[in-house]
Write a new protein. Sequence first.
Length: 147
Amino acid sequence: MSNTIDSSIAKQFVGDIQRHLADKESLRGEFMQRCKTINEHISDVKDRAKEAGIPRKALNTILKKMDLTAKIEGLTDGLDEEEIEQVELLEAALGTFADTPLGASAVEKAEARQQERASKVRSLTADPSAENVTRLRDGIKQLKDEG
């Protein structure tokens, strides 16, 4: 590699990048314009809600809470079953989260999942017949695959 840079090659790369940046900025402008229209529609709906007796601040607060709740619930979407259980164990160890309505719901769901798994194991081990041994083996494999 030499210590010089070919100016024509450098200009070509810089020009290509500038064109992409301009395209990106154009798309950003189009996007913002579309968002402006949607935001105007949302504002109109909020105005109608206010006219119907729903306080705007209360409505905005509820909408924000719903959005944040959906984001919180979505935090575990990419996790496998074992990772979800680890999160739930950590939440239980911390304690404070379980005291919230969302936390109580999460604990309830975790307990239901654990009870469902235990119920599957009990039903599979209740009958020692050859058919059920196969079902038991398949069920254990499925439980291992789930986490």
